[in-house]
Design a protein around this ligand. Structure first.
Ligand code: C2E
Ligand code: CA
Ligand code: CA
Length: 388
């Protein structure tokens, strides 16, 4: 039943057993309401958006965009009658078309091998050696230079391009950790972290993709760590429980990314066990000033340790933050203080030399070069990581 203007009710459909009705909720993100009245005892089944989106993903992205355009045109026409205007309809159409063009350009970029991976070290706070790397994707655009993932990942997530990217990242990251591991001189195996978006999490082939990447590169499962953001995890809890269970079952590690930003309750941690919590950088930034924040970090630390999880603190940018995190007893840190995400050859240099890494002087501007030198002088560690 649909409640129209002036509160008038209109019956849209009378459903029989097993029948389902829905507006174009899969392609359109606007909020809507509808109510149903059951005449006989009825069992309700909840169908989530993700269930439907998987099916639509299989369709041509062009069809998806066209459906969206039709819906937007219809809305604009209705709005026009109510005094809106043609201008708005045109603006909507232009925006939709430019997004479609961008998606096509991204697809071309994938075909022309313009995508690359950068690696950011995850450093042990006790000894300052590299424990692993996070693989972060970049688009080496022919005219725009390096495009960050925040610009293209959301567009890829609207269609099935994200699945292609995900498979490519998994294979590339596994192949790289194999090469990098060969350079650690037996200092202990490294892990590589790969980000999994919410849309990949709900894709039925995600486990096959992970297994295929490990098989093709002969990398042991324990060298791969999948990162799932807390918000993707809580909004797809059923899928997350299954994917996390299967990953850990085959020995692949799992981390909750951006921990502390996605949900106000830790309730979801009851549903599954993960290996690592990556504390979002918003908790690291005010670490030196706010006692409250330190208390939160202590609580997260106690919770993680009680559940056999390790912690990575993200976004560590200065020495004071690093010392604080180390004094709190957190295991690992990642951030610009150690290194920005860099190419594989720089990652290899980092493995060969103690931090602060001198090659950074070539990569970063002068001011940062001086800062790196100042950091080196302040450091309470000797060159090999032992305390001075
Ligand atoms: P994320 O997983 O939270 O990745 C960390 C982001 O923080 C990276 O940005 C990194 O460059 C940045 N960062 C690292 N250290 C610092 C620091 O000390 N200070 C500050 N301000 N930032 C720091 P990036 O590379 O632009 O990635 C942004 C997001 O894009 C990632 O957030 C991740 O959610 C997504 N992403 C990156 N690569 C992939 C991928 O291969 N697949 C998917 N699905 N998503 C990806
Ligand atoms: Ca991440
Ligand atoms: Ca993060």
């Amino acid at each position: 039943m649909f409640r129209g203007r002036k509160g008038r009710r209109k019956v849209l459909a009378l459903l029989g057993p097993g029948e389902v009705i829905g507006e174009m909720a899969v392609i359109d993100h606007g909020p809507r309401t509808a109510s149903a009245v059951a005449k006989k005892p009825t069992r309700l089944r909840r169908i989530t958006r993700e269930h439907l989106e998987n099916k639509v993903d299989a369709a041509d992205p062009l069809i998806r965009v066209l459906l969206r355009l039709i819906l937007q045109r219809y809305r604009a026409a209705v709005a026009g009658k109510r005094g809106g205007g043609r201008k708005r309809a045109d603006a909507v159409r232009r925006a939709a078309l430019s997004r479609l063009r961008f998606a096509q350009e991204i697809e071309q970029g994938l075909e022309r091998e313009q995508f690359m991976l950068h690696y950011q070290p995850i450093v042990s706070l006790d000894g300052l050696h590299i424990a692993g790397f996070e693989a972060l994707v970049r688009w080496n655009h022919p005219t725009r230079g390096l495009v960050p993932p925040s610009e293209f990942v959301p567009v890829m997530e609207e269609g099935e391009l994200i699945q292609r990217l995900g498979r490519w990242v998994l294979k590339g990251a596994c192949a790289a950790v194999k090469r990098l591991n060969a350079r650690t001189n037996g200092a202990g195996p490294l892990f590589v972290c790969v980000n999994l978006s919410g849309r990949e999490l709900v894709n039925p082939t995600v486990i096959d993709n992970i297994q295929e990447a490990l098989r093709a590169t002969s990398v042991p499962a324990g060298s791969l760590r999948i990162e799932i953001t807390e918000s993707a995890l809580v909004s797809n809890l059923d899928f997350a429980v299954s994917v996390i269970g299967r990953c850990r079952g085959m020995g692949v590690q799992v981390a909750v990314d951006d921990f502390g930003t996605g949900y106000s309750s830790l309730n979801y941690l009851r549903h599954f066990a993960v290996d690592t919590l990556k504390i979002d950088r918003s908790f690291v930034r005010p670490v030196n000033t706010e006692e409250n924040n330190r208390q939160i970090l202590r609580t997260i630390r106690d919770l993680a340790h009680a559940m056999n999880m390790t912690i990575v603190a993200e976004g560590v940018e200065d020495l004071a933050q690093m010392r604080m995190l180390r004094d709190l007893g957190l295991e690992h840190a990642q951030g610009y203080l150690f290194s920005r995400p860099a190419g594989e050859s720089e990652a290899a240099v980092m493995l060969d030399t103690p931090w602060p890494w001198s090659f950074e002087r070539r990569l970063v501007p002068r001011r940062e070069e001086r800062r790196a030198a100042a950091v080196a002088r302040l450091l309470p560690f000797g060159p090999s990581g032992e305390r001075a």
